[in-house]
Design a protein around this ligand. Structure first.
Ligand code: FES
Length: 140
C-alpha cells in the first residue's frame, strides 16, 4: 500500500531534529487525527534555505512527507520553497494512498508556516505567501 520511497523515508527519515535559533519555525496540526508537524529553516542573507529540519508527532505518512519536504526545500530560495506543494511532495514519494493525502498537506502547511515566521522576523515580503490560518498556539 505504501511505495518503497514512503517506507524508506518513514524508516530512515532525513533531517529529523531542531535548528537552534532558526530563521523560521512553523508548527501545524490536523485537528482530526491530532498529528503535529514542526519545521525549522535556516535561511541565509540571499534568501536561500541552507538547512531544514523537522519534528513530527504523527503517523508514518506524516513522517515520510516531512522528511521528503525538508529534502525538497533545502537549497531552494524562499520563493521556490513556496512552490513545494503537497502534490510535489507526494510525487517525490511516488504517491500516497488517498486516505493519507491529508498527511502531505501538513508538510505544505508547515513549509508555509516556517516561511511566514521568517518573513515576520525579517520583515520581508514573500510573493504569494499567506498567513497560516491555523492557530498554532493551540497545538503547542
Ligand atoms: Fe493525520 Fe497522517 S493520519 S497526519
Amino acid at each position: 500500500m505504501y511505495s518503497e520511497k514512503v517506507m524508506d523515508h518513514f524508516e530512515n527519515p532525513r533531517n529529523v531534529g531542531e535548528i537552534a535559533d532558526p530563521s523560521g519555525v512553523g508548527t501545524v496540526g490536523n485537528a482530526k487525527c491530532g498529528d503535529i508537524m514542526r519545521m525549522y529553516f535556516h535561511i541565509d542573507e540571499n534568501r536561500i534555505i541552507q538547512d531544514a529540519k523537522f519534528k513530527t508527532f504523527g503517523c508514518g505518512a506524516a513522517i515520510a512527507t516531512s522528511s521528503m519536504a525538508t529534502e525538497l526545500v533545502k537549497g531552494k530560495s524562499v520563493e521556490d520553497a513556496l512552490k513545494v506543494t503537497n502534490r510535489a511532495v507526494m510525487e517525490a514519494l511516488d504517491g500516497l494512498p488517498p486516505v493519507k493525502v491529508h498527511c502531505s498537506l501538513l508538510a505544505e502547511e508547515a513549509i508555509h508556516a516556517a516561511l511566514w515566521d521568517y518573513a515576520q522576523k525579517e520583515n520581508v515580503h514573500i510573493e504569494g505567501l499567506k498567513e497560516p490560518v491555523e492557530d498554532i498556539e493551540e497545538l503547542q
